[in-house]
Design a protein. Structure first.
Length: 111
């Protein structure tokens, strides 16, 4: 591991709460009239459920500051904010897996 990797990992650890707050603030600003009461991780085989989210605002993970980006093929990396049967939800279409970052210091999924 290089000194640069260690510095980045320490920065990630030391600024973790601020990074989470930036991501959360960005998503809150995009909620519009939605007030989600459920969060759903839409894993393999749940594409139909993702397609059932109505009036969805779609946010690519790449747009969300400090949000972990999935590297697994087939994981779309999109957040869907909308409704299922009138219930406000946030769905994650694709996610960062632990094994993608298990060998990184502090399991830093953002760097």
């Amino acid at each position: 591991m290089s000194l640069e990797q260690i510095k980045k990992s320490l920065d990630f650890r030391d600024n973790y709460e601020a990074r989470v707050a930036r991501a959360a603030d960005y998503v809150k600003d995009r909620l519009g009239n939605h007030k989600p009461v459920f969060g759903i991780v839409l894993g393999t085989g749940l594409g139909d459920l993702a397609d059932s989210i109505k009036r969805a605002t779609v946010i690519p993970y790449l747009e969300i500051p400090d949000f972990p980006i999935t590297t697994v093929p087939g994981h779309q990396g999109k957040m869907l904010i909308g409704e299922i049967e009138g219930v406000h939800v946030i769905g994650l279409k694709g996610r960062k897996h632990y094994y993608e970052v298990a060998d990184e210091p502090f399991n830093n999924g953002v760097l």
